[in-house]
Write a protein of this length. Structure first.
Length: 205
């Protein structure tokens, strides 16, 4: 089975050309100076995730031992508001999702060579009718996606630098994750690794 077999999953391979990738990566790292990457921690256990993250836009997704998964309007360490998300990602949302309202959060995950993300569902948003749009920059990720139940069969697809994918419809509630990063598959990021930008609408319009 391919990821395309799942209703609502769409992939635009190479949607961003090299120049657009370079410009977006540079802008994200510049914005991250105001909202530094931090290590998210699992609820209850406080175990660190293997990715570092930050956020852009009115709201940001955070997690820690004490309060768990949530969206908030400020950085958990600096307490400053999140920087505005880049115009380029807003434009992609408008063009590709067809959703009537703008995204409220742009999660930025930074994967090193050993980082991964276990199978999970995105369930902290109230706007369930809004899709999730994902932009890949840097090294290729082996992305895994299943169904609405954790026990459903899964399939994998490689997401390369410049690829954009969307989880909408049935795929919006699908379990998904990143099995591994393939080091050396891109020279976009000076130190290697992968940047993943995930655009979400959190509240109903």
């Amino acid at each position: 089975m391919s990821a395309g077999d799942l209703e609502g999953f769409k992939l635009w391979p190479g949607r961003l050309d090299r120049a657009a990738q370079e410009a977006l990566a540079a802008e994200v790292f510049t914005l991250a100076k105001r909202a530094p990457f931090f290590i998210p921690r699992m609820p209850k256990s406080g175990a660190p995730m293997s990715v570092r993250m930050t956020n852009l836009g009115p709201l940001g997704w955070v997690t820690d031992k004490e309060q768990g998964y949530r969206y908030q309007a400020f950085h958990p360490e600096t307490r400053a508001p999140w920087p505005d998300m880049p115009t380029a990602v807003r434009a992609l949302w408008d063009e590709l999702t067809g959703y009537a309202a703008p995204p409220e959060a742009c999660l930025v995950n930074l994967y090193g060579g050993e980082a991964r993300m276990g199978l999970h569902g995105d369930g902290d948003e109230e706007a369930w009718d809004a899709p999730v749009l994902s932009i890949s920059l840097g090294d290729t990720a082996v992305f895994r996606i299943g169904g609405v139940l954790r026990s459903d069969p899964t399939r994998s697809v490689r997401l390369a630098s410049g690829d954009v994918c969307m989880l909408g419809g049935a795929a919006r509630r699908a379990y998904h994750g990143v099995d591994r990063i393939l080091p050396g598959t891109s020279r976009l990021l000076p130190k290697g690794g992968r940047l993943n930008l995930t655009l979400r609408r959190v509240t109903p319009p």
